[in-house]
Design a protein around this ligand. Structure first.
Ligand code: SF4
Length: 207
């Protein structure tokens, strides 16, 4: 939340603890992943193809995925209930509590994505394969409109997640994306130089 270690005021510590207690009963984690063979890559034209769908993820991501054998498409969510509670708190004039719960929900959704990737990594390891870090439409130079194509590679409304016309997910606290799988592959730090996405959760995690 932007606090340095051990610098949070007691008042906010109590609020954060309350938010964590509330979040426990409001979070319903669900996730799915599907592995596709990497059918084609063109660094010159900036695309890769999986499941007969073509993606233009930008050079930053393409560089990491180009040597993969498989691309794993995933979607996870923590459900709609926590979003309703966050909105309710904001409407009831409790913006700090709403902010705390919203922050906790964002971390929780990302933790579900991490859990799904660890499951996939365990499976990949049994075949002698490793996995890259995760990439999501809307981040690292990948247009968010790619969500629609990405979702076409998953079952309809995966885990109860739907997309609106702007490619935003409902429930809001959901994460979708891909990672690469192949021999000798592993996670690397996101190279964030030159990226202007100040509120990126990955950037926050690294600083
Ligand atoms: S800050 Fe880093 S991880 Fe976040 S979108 Fe930019 S390049 Fe990707």
């Amino acid at each position: 939340m932007g606090y340095r270690a051990n610098s949070m005021e007691p008042y906010f510590i109590v609020l954060a603890q309350k938010g964590l207690e509330n979040a426990g009963s409001l979070i319903v984690p669900r996730g799915i992943y599907v592995e596709y063979e990497l059918e084609a890559v063109s660094r010159n034209e900036g695309y890769f193809i999986i499941g007969d769908r073509k993606f233009y993820p930008g050079p930053r991501i393409l560089d990491r995925l180009a040597t993969a054998r498989y691309i794993v498409a995933f979607a996870v969510t923590i459900g709609a209930e926590i979003g309703l509670r966050i909105r309710g708190l904001a409407e009831q004039g409790a913006p700090v509590e709403a902010y705390m719960l919203d922050f906790i929900a964002g971390l929780a959704a990302d933790n579900v994505a991490e859990a799904v990737q660890r499951r996939a990594e365990t499976d990949a390891a049994t075949r002698g394969l490793g996995c890259t870090e995760r990439f999501s439409p809307g981040y690292c130079g990948w247009p968010v409109a790619a969500q629609k194509t990405l979702f076409s590679l998953l079952p309809p409304n995966p885990c109860g997640i739907s997309l609106n016309a702007s490619s935003m997910m409902t429930p809001e606290k959901s994460v979708s994306g891909v990672f690469g799988t192949g021999p000798g592959m592993g996670r690397k730090a996101y190279g964030c130089g030159g990226c202007d996405k100040e509120n990126c959760p990955e950037r926050r995690r690294m600083t």
